[in-house]
Ligand binder design. Structure first.
Ligand SMILES: Cc1cc2nc3c(=O)[nH]c(=O)nc-3n(C[C@H](O)[C@H](O)[C@H](O)COP(=O)(O)OP(=O)(O)OC[C@H]3O[C@@H](n4cnc5c(N)ncnc54)[C@H](O)[C@@H]3O)c2cc1C
Length: 455
């Protein structure tokens, strides 16, 4: 076995696959360095701990990058199926959701990391955790690498960092992006590329929750609903996405928000961004109009009836039972405050009413012609303004990075730097949410590993 042949910096998604693929091609020593205590820390947090590791519909169109041709070459060199086969061959049973997102069948990211860790048990792979690469020098043949041990969290006082310097023939930089510094994201990779004189484009957050100008979302914090979310810059639509939206104490998050956050972040650089929520995207305006008119007719007639006896009551506490009586009576007395309950949850119903300027205790029998007009407007185009995105602390991907013009798409080797490879989120490419970022990380690691493993 030749000594110190291939060094991989970062044991995240791209670095682990690079190590595995290189090990399939060579019996030279492969050194995998990770500054965290464990491998694949970020993988554990993906897909809310379930790891949305790929998508059935992988295409260059799902990525934000300068050159689609680059990704076309990448995906023609390694077909998505080949990546999935790596996991299934290693014993991970996968499942595809109706929307195309692919997860481990057990919906547990830990199983993905465990499966990969088992695969890494090869005689020529050496893993060094709690070790950060702090410098790279390119020599005439190969590279000199500087390492420094990292203080473990549990070590309160006695820690003295150790530094080492050694030579290697090939280096794969798989340090990831800036996002989520608490689990390994940061500047480290970009700093290392400076030693090598590589070009880095501007970095910004992608797939990030958004902060709204208005403070009302705080009152709905934790509420989720299926919507169509559209974003506008100076009245021109810049993006739309459908799916689950989550209200938070600072604004909005959830898949529908994250999916168009990249477009919104870019647009915010040039002006204010207005958003509109359609709370009933599955119905046309005409259908909503007919549906609400019918509902109004029924509910305003019910106001003439005496409140009904409650046929069932909540069991838990006396108080709950009383409040359930009260709401049901009010509902039957046909007040505007309860007109939307049952279509939406209570908080969203109230929000739409307030935005529409409709008094809660307005008897539905007295609802004027503009009642329906205002409601339909705010059900289908509830408007608010986004002030900014959350920081890299909350961003799930980094937009920008090492420029792709420097990279060979078939091997991920840096042009003019023999033996140097850049992979994963460190590159100037970011995917939509839905498994596309991990898919790119696996794929780029795959190609770099295969190439580096060849003599
Ligand atoms: C909360 C969250 C949820 C996400 N969910 C999804 C999802 O469901 N599906 C999806 O496709 N994508 C998801 N992503 C994005 C995805 O995780 C990343 O795009 C992907 O992990 C990038 O892989 P990578 O190998 O480039 O970087 P990483 O996985 O970040 O790995 C880089 C590794 O390098 C280490 N490192 C960095 N510098 C050094 C150094 N100098 N020396 C030693 N080690 C170093 C880091 O500690 C890290 O472990 C999510 C991201 C986050 C933050």
């Amino acid at each position: 076995m030749k000594e110190n042949r291939i060094v991989i910096i970062g044991a995240g998604a791209s670095g682990i696959i690079a190590a595995l693929m290189a090990a399939k091609k060579t019996d030279c020593k492969i050194l995998l360095f990770e500054k965290n205590y464990i491998l694949g820390r970020k993988i554990l947090s993906t897909g809310s701990g379930k790891c949305n590791l790929s998508n059935q519909n992988i295409s260059p169109d799902n990525y934000n990058l300068n050159s689609r041709a680059f990704l076309k070459k990448v995906f023609s060199k390694v077909k998505p199926k080949e990546i999935l086969n790596l996991f299934t061959a290693a014993g991970l049973y996968l499942k595809t959701e109706a929307d195309g997102r692919i997860f481990p069948r057990c919906m547990n990211a830990q199983e993905v990391v465990d499966t990969l860790s088992r695969e890494l048990q090869k005689p020529n792979i050496e893993i060094h955790t709690l070790t950060e690469i702090t410098g790279i020098i390119k020599k005439e043949h190969g590279f000199t690498i500087k390492t420094q041990t990292v203080k473990p969290q549990w070590d309160k006082e006695s820690f003295k960092p150790e530094t080492k310097i050694f030579d290697c023939e090939k280096v794969i930089l798989a340090c990831g992006g800036k996002s989520y510094p608490r689990i390994g994201g940061g500047d480290a990779g970009y700093k290392l590329t400076r030693f090598l004189d590589l070009k880095i484009s501007n970095l910004s957050c992608a797939i990030v929750p958004l902060i709204t100008d208005e403070k009302w979302p705080a009152g709905l914090s934790g509420v989720r609903c299926d919507v169509l979310l559209s974003a506008f810059l100076k009245d021109k639509q810049i993006g739309k996405s459908s799916g689950e939206l989550l209200f938070t104490d600072y604004g909005i998050s959830g898949p529908a928000t994250l999916d168009i956050s990249r477009d919104i972040i870019q647009a915010l650089k040039t002006g204010k961004v207005d958003c509109r929520i359609n709370f009933l995207p599955e119905l046309s305006l005409k259908e909503i109009d007919a549906f609400l008119k019918e509902r109004l007719k029924k509910m305003s007639t019910s106001s003439k009836k005496a409140p009904l006896e409650i046929p069932f009551e909540r069991k838990n506490t006396a108080n709950k039972s009383v409040s359930s009586n009260i709401s049901r009576q009010k509902f039957l007395t046909g007040q505007a405050g309860y007109f939307l309950n049952g279509i939406f949850g209570d908080k969203i119903s109230k929000l739409i009413l307030i935005k529409s300027g409709i008094e809660e205790n307005l008897p539905l029998s007295e609802a004027g012609p503009d009642f329906m007009e205002k409601l339909i407007k705010n059900i289908t185009a509830f408007s608010f303004r986004v002030s900014e995105g959350k920081s890299f602390e909350h961003a799930m991907a980094t937009s920008g990075g090492a420029e792709l013009s420097q990279i060979n798409p078939e091997t991920f080797e840096v042009k003019g730097h023999k033996g140097l490879y850049l992979v994963g989120e460190l590159l100037d490419i970011d995917g939509d949410s839905g498994g596309y970022n991990l898919h790119f990380a696996w794929t780029s690691g795959f190609l770099a590993g295969v190439s580096a493993g060849k003599d």
